[in-house]
Every structure is written in structure tokens, then in C-alpha cells.
Ligand binder design. Sequence first.
Ligand SMILES: C[S@@+](CC[C@H](N)C(=O)[O-])C[C@H]1O[C@@H](n2cnc3c(N)ncnc32)[C@H](O)[C@@H]1O
Length: 273
Amino acid sequence: MSPSTSPQALTAEAEAASRDGERDRAAILCEQALQFDPLYRPAHELLYGLFLHGEKYSQVLRRIHEHLRPRTYVEIGVETGASIRFVQPGTRALGVDPEPKIKFELPPNVRIFAQTSDDFFARPGLGAELDGLPVDLALIDGMHHFEFALRDFINLERLCARSSTILIHDCFPHDRTTAKRERVMHFWSGDIWRLVVLLKKYRPDLAIHTIAAPPTGLTMVRNLDPGSRFLAENLERLCAEFLALDYAFLDGDRGGKLNLFPNDWERIRPLLG
Ligand SMILES: C[S@@+](CC[C@H](N)C(=O)[O-])C[C@H]1O[C@@H](n2cnc3c(N)ncnc32)[C@H](O)[C@@H]1O
């Protein structure tokens, strides 16, 4: 624990650590500053810039759509439509959100289902909504609790092919406060980061990269196995194990523990096959 007792002093220490190339120590100091004052902007901005850079996740998503041109796309959590609007004309796109607040004009190949993702996946005839095709590309960006994202992952992987891609938003939290399960302030990523840790431990067959895209990373999961039942069959025990994991687990190597990958399209593109 640093002897400094003000957000200003802790942030100054963090800046010095960052200059010395001690990124993880700088991150811990910023976190300490934010424990004093969760809204202290200099600490927040320094912490954010230590790991994340380049285009926002929505621009990376747009590039992925343009590159893959998926036949089918499922987005969990559409809110205003700001991300689902990037679908390409040839893509059959399904958006799911119990409270959609669509503000953007969406192309005619997008259908919105105003229901929770659990209800959506339980729908009879879901396969027909996808024209009998697998889900080629999906984005999980719904309820910001780890166990919801885990269920979304399980349900989506069953509908995928091995060559499909599942993206998970919000896996790289800024700090302890915004990673809490309860929303404390406007900005909130919740505890979705636990899903990356879980998948790394129990599904080493998956290819997992967390693109360092602001504001909270975009995790890309490939080499999917639609026949795998391990996660579904152990759901309760996995939830208990990972809900017990403290945020401090990330201290010291948050980039390594969350498989952080440079936000550089020239390096991301080859990951997509
Ligand atoms: C962060 S917003 C999505 C933002 C959007 N993908 C974008 O990038 O612009 C999260 C959305 O998830 C929705 N949501 C909450 N619980 C959900 C659930 N159980 N199933 C699906 N969506 C849910 C909320 O209504 C909210 O609109």
C-alpha cells in the first residue's frame, strides 16, 4: 500500500511509475487514487490510457463486419442501435434487448427482439429466424453481470460453427468501482472480465484475444466448439467459483490475465482467418 493519502499524490506517483515503464504498478496506484475519489479524472484518464488505445470498440466492430461479411449476426444488448447499425447488407441480423431505445436508422435486414437474451434463446423456431444457418458473428453486450454473459456465451456457441466469432464487450474494466456488480456511477462495465478468466481456465481450446479498444476492450473468441457441453453442465459450480474471485486477481498483470491484444487492425485482421 502506498503511504500517499490523496488522489493527487497517488496519481503523481502513478505518472512516475508509468514513465519508468512500471505499467501495472501505475495501475494499482491509480486504483488507490480512485478509491479516495471515484470521479478523480486525472487518475481515471491515466489508468485508461495505460492499456487501451486507438479506435473505439464500435469502429473495430464495424471493421470486423466489413471484413467477415457474416451471413448471420446476433447482438445481445442493442440499446440505441449504435453498434448493430454496422451490419452489412447481406447479413441477416438479429438484435436482442428487453428495453431497446433505438435512435439510429437501422437497415431492413436487422430485426429487433424486445426480450431478454435468456427468453430469446428459449424461443421455439430460433433456427428458422437464422434461415437454418449457424451464427457467423455475435456480440455479447447485454446485462453487465458475469453470469448473464456466460449464459449468452453458452447459448451462442451452441448456435455457432467452428469458424464463427463471438465478441464480448466490457471485458477490460477501468477500475474496481466501475467493475462492481452494482452500478455506482454512469460509466459501468460490471464484472464481465470474470468470463475471460473462466474461459481461459476451462476452455483452453478457445482462441481468446481482448482487443485493447476503448473504452473497455472487445474480447474476440474463435475456434468455437458448438458441441462442447462443459460450461452448460457445470454452470452453477462455475458461477460460484468465479463470483468468489476478487477484482485484486487482476493486480500485477491485468493485460496478461485478460489476454490484452494491440488495437491495431493490421494485427487483428489475421486473427479472423
Ligand atoms: C451497453 S448497452 C448496449 C450497447 C450497444 N451494444 C452499443 O454498443 O451501442 C446494454 C444493453 O443491454 C440490455 N440488456 C440488459 N439486460 C439484458 C438481457 N438480460 N438480455 C439482453 N439485453 C439486456 C440493456 O437494456 C441495454 O440496452
